[in-house]
Design a protein. Structure first.
Length: 506
């Protein structure tokens, strides 16, 4: 007796179809599982047998063979428990095979037959809808994330007996509904940042043009405070961005019951994070912090303290906006389009240039400290801004700074200009920070005064070609914020001024 049930696996943030084939035959009682399963999948046989028994299904002593097709793709996780159990019931004619046509099933089984949440519900729902499935049956705990795929009925089940009764037509399973994640209630606002006008301006430029930003200042000067307020002035997630970002969190199993993310991610890993933890990887590849920050902000505090290998691994994702993890059997690509904010002290003791405390570091010590950041990585960061200690009177002032809502309006206006300029380009690649050489040549033309100023800066600071392109992109953003079509000399001057690390240490 043979039965087949449709299911799916997740590779990266994309799902692939898996057909669970079960053959129940006469012979000595045995359970064989094939199809390149990992240990987590193999252990599912124990869970399936116990769940069927405790759910009241009397199984005759038979030889059970389970095949997960395609056989040349590794299967991982416990999501195949439910389709395997249902396929066994169908093979024993305890549920009708016809009821399984067009349905996709996935879910982990507890020993008593209850269903537990699994990762990857949203990618599976997207794949199921694309393949023409008529419905998706999955655990109630995580069904809401799949419900964001319109046009695909998602049935939320709590136990194995419920699924069996549904397939026999004895009851209806509830349809899952979208559960939007509540917006952040942290209440942070740029208005709370007093003083630091240059840093506030750099934050606005970074948000308007999608630029990466480096904050350099002594401890307690407000670097982390500024970084945490960048999401408050970024444009809200559109539908495409929300689905793409949510799919990453779904594949990582960290959605906690929500359907779609409503806020841009903000990730701040500790400087002791491993390379795999930062960019993704592991024996079973998982998305790293840079992918969890997709369409959001990645904040790296104490940047020189991060492992050099981890910082080197950031270079290519910053350029390509994606990261590829290569394994023997597959190459997995995760999206990684994020705004990077790095923070560091100006010197090892932290007080170089501070009026509050004297610095004990020599220029050579400072150069060695800053050399922990590789040149190629710095070339990929558009803005380097000094964040000095705030004056006491400015700190105690009762006058708030400009609120995030006002700054966001200017950011949105600048982004709309960039969208119109880059019409026809790939979605999400319209920001000035993503402009290529051809776009720079077309949209960043300089008059004679601005050209001479930039040439003098290149000679004085020994700027690389990549650094020149970064300056032109930032200048284009400054002009967009002012609503200017052509770059003015002041735009180039401000862009150069916002690259503090290009100036020599004295």
């Amino acid at each position: 007796m043979l039965a087949k049930v449709r299911s799916a696996g997740v590779l990266g943030i994309d799902a692939f179809p898996v057909e669970v084939e079960v053959d129940v035959a006469l012979g000595l009682p045995a359970y064989h599982l094939v199809g390149l399963p990992t240990n987590a999948v193999k252990e599912g046989g124990v869970r399936v047998r116990a769940a069927l028994t405790h759910s009241g299904f009397k199984l005759p002593p038979r030889k059970v063979t389970v095949n997960l097709a395609p056989a040349d793709v590794r299967k991982d996780g416990a999501a195949y428990d439910l389709p395997t159990a249902v396929a066994i019931l169908a093979a024993l004619e305890m549920v009708p095979r016809a009821a399984l046509e067009g349905l996709v099933l996935l879910g982990e089984l507890a020993l008593d037959g209850t269903l537990r949440r699994v990762a990857g519900g949203l990618p599976v729902a997207i794949q199921a809808f694309a393949s023409g499935a008529r419905g998706l049956v999955m655990p109630r705990e995580c069904a809401s994330e799949a419900a964001s795929v319109s046009g695909l009925p998602v049935y939320a089940a709590s136990t194995l007996p419920e699924v069996a009764a549904f397939l026999r037509g004895e009851c209806d399973l509830p349809r899952a509904a979208m559960v939007p994640r509540p917006r952040s209630t942290t209440g942070v606002d740029l208005a709370e940042v007093r003083g630091l006008e240059t840093a506030r301006r750099a934050l606005e430029v970074a948000a308007a043009g999608g630029h990466n930003l480096l904050l350099i200042g002594p401890p307690g000067s407000g670097k982390s405070m500024l970084a945490r307020r960048l999401p408050t002035i970024l444009p809200p997630l559109d539908e495409h961005e929300a689905v793409e970002t949510t799919a990453i969190y779904s594949a990582a199993g960290t959605l906690a019951g929500a359907s779609l993310l409503s806020d841009r991610p903000f990730r701040a890993p500790h400087h002791d994070v491993s390379v795999a933890g930062l960019v993704g990887g592991g024996s079973v590849p998982r998305p790293g912090e840079i992918s969890l920050a997709h369409h959001g902000v990645l904040f790296l505090d104490e940047l020189p303290e991060f492992k050099r290998a981890a910082l080197e691994a950031l270079r290519q994702p910053l350029e390509d906006r994606r990261v590829t993890i290569v394994r023997a059997r597959a190459a997995i690509t995760y999206p990684a389009s994020f705004a990077l904010i790095g923070a560091l002290n100006p010197c090892p003791c932290g007080y170089r240039g501070s009026p509050l405390r004297g610095c004990t570091c020599s220029p050579d010590v400072v150069r060695r400290y800053l050399a922990r950041l590789s040149g190629p990585l710095l070339d990929r960061i558009d803005l380097h801004v000094e964040v000095p200690h705030i004056d006491y009177r400015a700190l105690r002032s009762e006058r708030d700074g400009e609120p995030s809502a006002t700054v966001r309006e200017r950011v949105l206006a600048a982004r709309e200009i960039q969208k119109r300029r880059a019409r026809g380009h790939d979605h999400g690649r319209y920001a000035n920070a993503h402009m290529g050489p051809r776009q720079l040549q077309q949209h960043c033309r300089l008059d004679a005064t601005a050209d001479r100023h930039l040439e003098a800066c290149v000679k004085r600071f020994a700027l690389s070609g990549r650094a020149v392109h970064r300056i032109l992109r930032v200048a284009r953003t400054v002009a967009d914020l002012a609503g200017r079509e052509h770059l003015a000399p002041s735009d180039v001057a401000e862009a150069v001024a916002l690259r503090a690390l290009d100036r020599p240490v004295t």
